[in-house]
Design a protein around this ligand. Structure first.
Ligand code: ATP
Length: 224
């Protein structure tokens, strides 16, 4: 779950001089799926960066998985971060590490047994259809393949909160539909999920509640 109350965010080197987010409030319960909609520059990625604890809101109240994060200690934030999966637009895969090790990383941080890690990585990579590319380095993969690796890494440990920034933009229609189905299944198992997208077709196909932003303001919080 998360709660945002009157949250604003301004980049230190703001290109426009204005706030990327202004007075945004939203509340999403555990196990809910939300679309995050709005035109380019509306503030979607900025909101996801706040939810994934990459940046701190400039003002307002942010509570994530029950923890108010504005004044939390660094160690508590580090523990909280491990419960949050994130798929960023630029994938953020480690280029010198092969696909297996990239996807295994969150499980290794949890000190899981190596046999269990092998089992989990093979299962998720089979699901994303890349079980034959485990030895490849990320730069050797296509954009869509890299995106699927990034998704596998984000969901492999069933995070309590998953934020995904345009996770279908490099996928074909069939893969995109499978992905959203999988996200809904994860939500049913208790993961809170926020997906930023420009893909109107997929939003129409999978109607769900949405947070809609424009120019950093929340224009609506509605049932799709
Ligand atoms: N690193 C940054 N430094 C300064 N300003 C930024 C930075 N990233 C984004 N901005 C500005 O913040 C505002 C919101 O951008 P953001 O990337 O959150 O929008 P978005 O809705 O995710 O857009 P897109 O759909 O194109 O990804 C824009 O005005 C943008 O120019």
């Amino acid at each position: 779950m998360f709660r945002l109350h009157d949250v604003s965010y301004t980049y230190a080197d703001s290109r426009t001089g204005g706030a990327a987010l202004s007075h945004v409030s939203a509340e999403v319960a555990q196990g809910e799926f939300r679309w995050l909609l709005g035109p380019s520059g509306a503030g979607k990625s900025s909101l996801l960066s706040i939810l994934s604890l990459e940046v701190q809101a400039t003002s307002g109240m942010v509570e994530i998985l029950g923890m108010p994060v504005m004044h939390a200690r660094r160690a508590a934030l580090a523990r909280l971060r491990r419960r949050i999966g994130a798929v960023r637009q630029d994938f953020r895969l480690l280029p010198d590490m092969n696909v297996f090790d990239n996807v295994a990383l969150p499980l290794r941080l949890q000190h899981r047994a190596e046999a269990e890690i092998r089992h989990e990585v093979h299962a998720i990579m089979k699901w994303v259809g890349l079980e034959n590319r485990l030895d490849a380095l990320p730069p050797q993969l296509s954009g869509g393949e890299q995106q699927r690796v990034a998704i596998a890494r984000a969901v492999i440990y069933r995070p309590d909160l998953l934020v995904a920034d345009e996770p279908t933009n490099a996928l074909d229609e069939r893969q995109a539909a499978r992905l959203i189905t999988m996200f809904h299944r994860l939500a049913e198992m208790g993961t809170t999920i926020v997906v930023a997208t420009h893909n109107d077709a997929i939003v129409r196909r999978y109607p769900a509640q949405a947070i809609e932003l424009a120019h950093g303001h929340m224009v609506r919080d509605y049932n799709g």
